[in-house]
Design a protein around this ligand. Structure first.
Ligand code: SAH
Length: 223
């Protein structure tokens, strides 16, 4: 007789909704207040975005390797960036730069009307595509492209979120931001700071948020 074993990918045990609830409690303690962001992160099974051997650690507040020298951002940073991007309002069209495994993309898909996400490493685009297909997220368009120049064909965006650290804020991204739109971007090399840029009718207002640690935003694409 075959024994039924809890599989780490099946939502049982360490990857259950109770584990996600514990993550939400921790996020609240860390200062995340946006209930829409918290409920999106409570719904999305983060463990399917990492390799099975790491799925037991998927809900810890750490970044984890996703292959190709890249990482999935820690839950706090995903929540914080999404909360800042949304600012309590409705998000129409959003551009994400640095899809990675697609976890942040999935969170955005619950909050925004339409999500465009660009990734420069082709096998990661494939991985993200397969994860997002499993979750049946239908309002996402992924592309294998250098996101540092944005996606002018679909601009302007109400929100732009960059999940890799830039050496400076790319002009192209500012140009593709709608009036009233918000750009959240880590900037720096050895030490990095998260910035919020708000476009008004007359200016780009810049606010320094907090110290962060991201993989670098690189130019070009890899096959
Ligand atoms: N958003 C992810 C974070 C992935 S790590 C999450 O949910 O956890 C950052 C990703 O940015 C890496 O996969 C890296 O390959 C990608 N990246 C770096 N420079 C890029 C560029 N210019 N265009 C597109 N993607 C880029």
């Amino acid at each position: 007789m075959a024994l039924l074993r809890p599989s780490s990918k099946s939502g049982i045990g360490m990857t259950s909704s109770r584990t996600r609830d514990r993550m939400l409690t921790r996020l609240r303690e860390q200062g995340i207040k946006d209930e829409l962001v918290l409920s999106a992160m409570g719904e999305i099974p983060r463990h399917i975005f990492v390799d099975e051997a790491l799925s037991i650690r998927a809900y810890e507040d750490v970044s984890l390797p996703i292959g190709f020298g890249q990482t999935i951002s820690q839950p706090y940073i995903v929540a914080r960036m999404t909360e800042v991007l949304r600012n309590g309002g409705a998000l129409g069209k959003v551009l994400e730069i640095g899809t990675g495994c697609g976890y942040q993309t999935a969170v955005l898909s619950k909050i925004a009307d339409e999500v465009f996400s660009l990734e420069r490493i082709r096998p990661l685009v494939m991985k993200a595509r397969s994860h997002l297909r499993t979750l049946k997220c239908s309002n996402i368009k992924l592309d294998h492209a250098d996101g540092s120049i944005g996606l002018s064909a679909y601009a302007p965006f109400h929100g732009i979120i960059v999940t890799a650290a830039a050496s400076h804020i790319p002009e192209e991204l500012l140009a593709q931001l709608a009036v009233g739109g918000r750009l959240v971007i880590p900037v720096g090399t050895t030490s990095q700071t998260l910035y919020l840029i708000e476009r008004t009718t007359s200016e780009f207002k810049q606010t320094k948020l907090e110290t962060v640690k991201f993989v670098p935003l690189l130019g070009g694409t890899t096959a």
